[in-house]
Design a protein around this ligand. Structure first.
Ligand code: MN
Length: 242
């Protein structure tokens, strides 16, 4: 196993801190990235609140969800979300799983998230829906086995975002920064979409508008990343230096 470069690890640490500061994750939720030198491996923290993650917490896992080297503590129970989506989606380079609050009402009502404004163009024609009960009956709702990870990956299909009924959501990207961008704007879109739906019929972006907006946004992702990283430095106790 080739050890990931320090900068690759550090960017994942920063992603953990940004997602917390932006209200996407709390004590729970996690973010991973595919190993840049080996598509069959991915990087993920040990089981720890994202805001507290440091470089020493980041481990390398295979697509069975097994840690390849000693992980400095227990792994996340739901690491199979990551392993099975990386297996099913060769285009995916990073994944964010969260329980962000505004998304939950959509999952439990079967309403799709749809792009209400241009920043959420990545939602395309809408979010995917994962019903864990279809895979396993009554459960603790956690994606804690490879089989459940596969069921989630199947529900995700080619989408960028899957709502998980009664649990949260999983968002994928073609880069770490894109996955973080999408996770933040999934939460923002959910908040705004719920407000708009209460007011009346909503005009969403058309699939063509969504695709064009997403392409435009992809050229601007570094701008929000720089802002969110900068904001961490301004907030005592949320520094990203570990
Ligand atoms: Mn979860």
């Amino acid at each position: 196993m080739k050890a990931p470069a320090a900068a690759v690890v550090q960017e994942l640490v920063l992603a953990n801190h940004i997602l917390h500061a932006q209200g996407v994750v709390d004590g729970f939720g996690h973010v991973s990235r595919r190993h840049p030198d080996n598509a069959s491996h991915f990087l993920l923290s040990r089981s720890r609140a994202p805001a507290l993650v440091e470089a020493a917490d980041i481990g390398v896992y295979d697509l069975e969800g097994r840690p390849l080297a000693q992980v400095n503590g227990a792994p996340y129970l739901e690491r199979f979300i990551h392993s099975e989506i990386y297996r099913a989606r060769p285009d995916v380079m990073a994944i964010v799983h969260s329980h962000s609050a505004s998304v939950i009402p959509f999952g439990v009502t079967g309403q799709r998230l749809r792009p209400i404004f241009h920043m959420a163009g990545f939602l395309g024609s809408g979010s995917a829906h994962f019903e864990i009960r279809d895979a396993v009956g009554d459960s603790d709702l956690l994606v804690s086995t490879p089989a459940l990870g596969r069921a989630l990956a199947t529900s995700l299909g080619a989408c960028s975002c899957a709502l998980m009924r009664g649990h949260g959501s999983t968002v994928v990207g073609h880069s770490l920064q894109q996955a973080v961008f999408r996770a933040v704007y999934t939460e923002v879109n959910a908040r705004m979409q719920a407000t708009a739906m209460a007011l009346g019929p909503v005009t969403y972006l058309s699939p063509n508008e969504a695709e064009r907006a997403a392409t435009a946004n992809d050229g601007q992702i570094g701008r929000t990343w720089a802002l969110w990283a900068h904001a961490l430095k301004q907030t005592p106790g949320q520094g990203c230096s570990g």
